[in-house]
Write a protein that binds this ligand. Structure first.
Ligand SMILES: Nc1ncnc2c1ncn2[C@@H]1O[C@H](COP(=O)(O)OP(=O)(O)O)[C@@H](O)[C@H]1O
Ligand SMILES: [Mg+2]
Length: 361
């Protein structure tokens, strides 16, 4: 495990006047790069050849490091290039999708914006649950085995796969039948089938609030909200029920994009409290808690109960709906504030106050 002390030593050797903001070219990279440019930083993109088009089309990247696979960020040569550029890496969803938590916490000797220790709390569903429950949030029930299923259940696969291969079942029998069907369709491997997590399916609408935990200002800010556009579940309503049954459609949850949302104002007190409590608990679990953006994944029922089923302690792709101006960030900052920019602003404030060590790990 790379210690804070080791990261501090790296930062001490940096020319902080020439700090570069870096990330992997995918997920929310454009959001992060735009924010960094607007706050006056140089940027570096670790990019695959096939994606260069994206990061050249928009003039946001000063330096490219081309890799054929994102795991190459662990190569000594790549790490050395990043350190030479005085890079602070801003992690997003692709980091944990392509690299293991251990690889990031043990082998990546480049300062990262955020709290590396929390990665372990985020990586396992059990630890996430413990964290969220400690924070007093309402969670959907977990079914220990298929026989326990009562009502509708959602079957989840390990790791954030963007909901690919998830399915619903309402009994042990329907569960077993669907496992077979999903395997047959190539959406589920035998190995993953054994690791399925069964959870109560909460009937309601998806709401994903975005927060920003500022260590420098000692506050949890509220930025915006999105909902997700998922294939095929969002397509089901376009096929009449009769045909659905005839064809035997099983919805999946592959994320395709995000849609901006604003909320009934009466939901804000609870959502704001939830954000504060999640950070308060995080501070106890791994001081100083969350550094920077985080997102809760919730379902809100028709009695306006908010169930949280997941947390991301980093920027989420849903914040891309706010590039330019995030609606709730506008209420605090006025125009032109969004998660990517807020990250860069936090780094800038930390530098100005001689507190850069407190926002990287
Ligand atoms: N307990 C639940 N009740 C209702 N819908 C859920 C529940 N858990 C997840 N979902 C839905 O399933 C999809 C993907 O779930 P999620 O756990 O976020 O996947 P991932 O791990 O890929 O991020 C989302 O549309 C989400 O709203
Ligand atoms: Mg999720």
């Amino acid at each position: 495990m790379i210690t804070r002390e080791e990261i501090n030593q790296l930062i001490d050797r940096y020319n902080v006047k020439k700090l570069t903001v870096g990330t992997i070219g995918s997920h929310s990279a454009l959001n992060i790069f735009k924010g960094a440019k607007e706050e006056g930083f140089r940027t570096v993109c670790i990019c695959k050849e096939k994606d260069l088009l994206v990061y050249k089309k928009f003039p946001l990247v000063d330096e490219f490091i081309i890799v054929s696979d994102f795991t190459e960020i662990l190569n000594e040569k790549v790490q050395e290039s990043l350190r030479r550029l005085n890079t602070v890496i801003v992690p997003h969803g692709s980091f944990t999708a392509y690299l293991s938590t251990e690889q990031l916490t043990d082998s990546f000797y480049v300062p990262m914006f955020g709290n590396r220790q929390l990665l372990h709390w985020e990586a396992s569903r059990e630890k996430q649950e413990e964290w969220l429950r400690k924070a007093g949030l309402k969670l959907p029930r977990t079914f220990a085995n298929p026989e326990e299923i009562s009502g509708l259940a959602i079957a989840k696969l390990p790791g954030a796969k963007g909901g690919r291969g998830y399915f619903l079942a309402n009994s042990a029998e329907s569960f077993k039948r669907k496992v077979k069907e999903m395997m047959h369709r190539g959406l589920l491997s035998k190995e993953d089938a054994e690791k399925i997590h069964l959870q109560e399916y909460v009937l309601g609408v998806n709401v994903y609030p975005h927060y920003f935990s500022s260590i420098i200002d000692d506050d949890v800010e509220f930025f915006g909200v999105d909902k997700r556009y998922e294939s095929t579940v969002d397509a089901i309503g376009r096929v009449p029920a009769n045909e659905q049954i005839e064809v035997g459609i099983t919805p999946t949850y592959t994320i395709v994009g995000n849609i901006p949302l604003t909320l009934r104002e009466s939901l804000l007190p609870e959502l704001l409290k939830m954000g504060d409590n999640v950070q308060k608990t995080a501070k106890e679990l791994a001081p100083p808690g969350i550094i920077g953006p985080f997102c809760l994944e919730t379902v809100i029922t028709d009695s306006l109960e908010i169930y949280t089923f997941e947390i991301s302690a980093r920027i989420v792709a849903g914040t891309n709906v706010g590039i330019g101006t995030a609606p709730y960030a506008y209420l605090k900052y006025g125009e032109n504030m969004y998660t990517g920019r807020r990250i860069a602003l936090e780094i800038k404030k930390a530098l100005k106050n001689g507190r850069i060590r407190e926002v990287v790990a």
